[in-house]
Ligand binder design. Structure first.
Ligand SMILES: CC(C)(COP(=O)(O)OP(=O)(O)OC[C@H]1O[C@@H](n2cnc3c(N)ncnc32)[C@H](O)[C@@H]1OP(=O)(O)O)[C@@H](O)C(=O)NCCC(=O)NCCS
Length: 180
């Protein structure tokens, strides 16, 4: 399997991966979200990675720009969405996309990466519950799913020194994307 940055010609194929991974209910919404984020100037800088097997895209991960309202100079990214074709799931493709993304973002000087995702999945890649550290999501996350809002420090120990609310790119700054 190869992981590389997505190029323009990958768009249709990577959108279809997301559509299939998220299924009939969520698929169309995620398809639109990715399309919108990729053309949203407020989402930049962004990192879009694809996983390929036999030259076919089987996984996609997108990281887009975010900010902390109390310190706009800090380089922050939001991970959303991550998708692996159903027939390729549980083969560590998602994990390898996350790890490769974190490696590239670290090199680029990004300090924190946030995600609203499965609390059983992301902690294995170093993500911790963000609300507990005083780092709020763009929209309030109900207490019963608070563990889904997580942060990964690329600069160790940094998150505990900060408090504030995360501001995300315009395309994802809509309440329907912040329900878990
Ligand atoms: C979630 C997803 C990206 C994981 O990719 P993957 O390549 O299958 O993941 P990996 O092989 O790296 O890891 C597999 C682990 O993820 C867990 N996992 C997969 N989907 C999960 C889900 N929806 N909720 C919680 N855990 C999940 C598996 O149970 C497995 O755990 P285990 O190692 O303890 O058995 C993939 O299943 C997917 O595309 N799902 C549909 C879209 C989605 O929900 N995206 C995530 C948005 S936060």
């Amino acid at each position: 399997m190869i992981i590389r940055e997505a190029v323009k010609a990958d768009l249709e194929e990577l959108l279809n991966v997301a559509k299939e991974a998220f299924g009939q209910n969520e698929g169309p919404e995620i398809f639109k979200l990715i399309n919108d984020l990729l053309s949203d100037p407020t989402a930049r800088p962004l990192l879009s990675l694809v996983a390929l097997k036999d030259e076919k895209i089987i996984g996609h991960i997108l990281f887009t720009s975010a900010q902390l309202d109390t310190d706009s100079n800090l380089d922050i990214q939001l991970l959303a969405p991550l998708a692996v074709l159903p027939e390729e799931q549980n083969r560590e493709i998602g994990g390898r996309l996350i790890e490769k993304g974190l490696q590239i973002l670290t090199r680029k000087g990004v300090k924190l990466v946030f995600v609203l995702g499965h609390p059983n999945y992301y902690p294995r890649f170093g993500f911790k519950v963000a609300g507990r550290l005083g780092l709020e999501a763009p929209y309030p996350i109900p207490d019963e799913v608070a563990a889904a809002w997580m942060v990964r420090e690329l600069s160790p120990g940094l998150a505990s020194k900060l408090t504030g609310k995360i501001l995300c790119a315009d395309a994802i700054n809509r309440p329907e994307y912040w329900r878990e």
